[in-house]
Design a protein around this ligand. Sequence first.
Ligand SMILES: Nc1ncnc2c1ncn2[C@@H]1O[C@H](COP(=O)(O)OP(=O)(O)OP(=O)(O)O)[C@@H](O)[C@H]1O
Length: 712
Amino acid sequence: MTDRTAVALPATAGDTLALLDRWVAHGWLRPLDRALAAFLLEQAPDASPLLLLCAALASHQVGRGHVCLDLPALLADPDTTLSLPPEGGEPADTPPPRPSRCLAGVCPRALDAALDAPELVQSGPGNSPLVRRGPRLYLRRYWACEQRIGAVLRARMADAASWQEALDPEEARRWLDTLFAGAAGEGPDWQRLACALAAGRGFSVITGGPGTGKTTTVLRLLVLLQALRESARAGAPLRIRMAAPTGKAAARLNASVAGALDRLPLAGVTGGEALRARIPTEVTTVHRLLGARPGSRHFRHHAGRPLPLDVLVVDEASMIDLELMASLLDALPARARLILLGDKDQLASVEAGAVMGELCHRADGGHYTPETAAWLAGVSGEAIPRHYQDSAGRPLDQHIVMLRYSHRFGAESGIGRLARAVNDGVVRDAEGLFAERGRHPDIARLDLAGPEDARLEALAVSGGGEHFAPSTDGAVPAGQQHYLQVLHQGRPAPDAPRTAWEDWARGVLQAQGAFQLLAAVRRGPWGVETLNQRIAAALRDRGLVRGEGVWYAGRPVIVTRNDYDLGLINGDMGVTLAVPAWLAQGQAGPEPALAAADGARDLLRVAFLANDGSGRIRWVLPSRLEQVETAYALTVHKAQGSEFRHAALVLPDRNSPVLTRELLYTGITRASRWFTLLSSEPRVLARAMGQRTLRSGGLRGALMDGSVSESG
Ligand SMILES: Nc1ncnc2c1ncn2[C@@H]1O[C@H](COP(=O)(O)OP(=O)(O)OP(=O)(O)O)[C@@H](O)[C@H]1O
């Protein structure tokens, strides 16, 4: 609630820091944000209170995913710049004044005057800690990242003609006919258009919801590019690399690439098998590709030592934050082709920046110029419908294609229809899908009586099959007990060879992906912390897990920070297993004489799937895992890039800034077969769908006109 009862801008810098302390104490601001204000005051002892306040708020925006502080928005609605209400509730003592009260009466001119402090705020290159560009106030690091990204992408857009001219349209058309043989459907084939467009661009984005064929399309594109390279006799085959932001996303793409490549209609095509063999199936993480170095934020590859590749495909690009994208583009050779894949409607990265969303904000409408449409028709044989054409289309629009038809979720799929209704913001449709019980056997809604309703645990343990209409194939949704049963029942004998233990661990990890409980928030009764405790207790009560300590057999964990020494990436998931001492200690196999007695010497190790796509199991000593959390429940953010057969989403009964349409959409689309919604608030869908994630940043503006000038 906006508080405009009195003008209360702190009078001195000391008063400002005291106010920031109170905001920190109430969980409205991070200690880091307050520390920045204190640092600036040391640098410039006469800095104005308003400037210090703005600096702390600019820093706070970064923690909330924004790239900068939007100054007009700050004056129009000051309280949206703090974390209000804080997660998990407020402390009991009197709350401090809100920004709306401190800033009441502050006009744009006063703000301009406060920010006119060249030692702290400049408008471009320099060494001030803050940068102001028009309506935006940045921490310099984020302004610089935005500049670097803008410069690389603008240069590629400015050079579009040379990429387009380098493409032989007839040869491309011949290959597209081969690669899309038999693929006729209603309306334009956007996959074919995507291949044609990306083949004629140095930088392109292919966006689409789940199952719209991003992987299938990009593999066809890679074959097309490799084939064109060979027919032009332009030298060695293209060096192609594929990467994804997390180990989990890389492993998922890895698993689908090999199958999708096998399905390409290349059998019987002259040279087809050789081409197929020249498409890599290995997907790495962006960090690994760039050469992350332990304990450093610098990478082995950068502008001075670019990546040795000709084509780079980056999947799940919406999860890439501003800094990582800047590092990636720095390391990209000037003539290397960049193809970004992802779902523009998903939540943006946890860290600052929403690069994919900024690039794709006009993707729904197409906005292809008549020239682009004519060129695409010549290359692909597909006509772009008139309503996707726009004679005023911007250069950026000409680099983006949206795949519009889900091959995974047919027209009748509840998950597919729910995701669409949520995305379109049509509350009545979304609510109605749950009301038509039985019509959609893949979705269910469980209305809880309150935060303590034990039906939540029951569903998480068993999967809650009783809430779904029966499916035609008789399959039922899994819960947590599924992987624990695999864990208990599939355990090899103590003297079984190493391969048997690894197969078992793979089986447990795979079964663990059959169900995931998701939550919107971390703290409070509906947050992952409470849910994890409740599920662990419920599993103990049912005898599915034993042991009271932090580590016990069956504990699932998620890695929360990259650990290059252990080869683990933020988002990797593992399961704790009790294994014989010989295996835990890295010996090749059991010593026969000891094997029989070995069962008594089981040790705990956490099994992770190696994120190099090899399918190997990494056994990690629990005490070496410093940055992990229990993963019976995950936030939707953490689950991004993963997919589960059954995803159950728990939403809070109170409004929260994180409860947005994008969060709901991302949660729903984590489910591949069954989706359950759990909440005690009947209006929760309407609430979440009514809130959009808006992220401040200047990239979109900088790219829209396609000019090479600096963003303003
Ligand atoms: N044009 C098509 N015709 C028929 N089936 C298709 C077509 N394109 C993709 N598919 C099928 O749809 C499924 C999803 O395709 P794909 O994995 O390429 O989609 P995606 O967008 O990458 O999915 P994800 O949501 O996993 O990122 C696959 O089974 C694939 O074989």
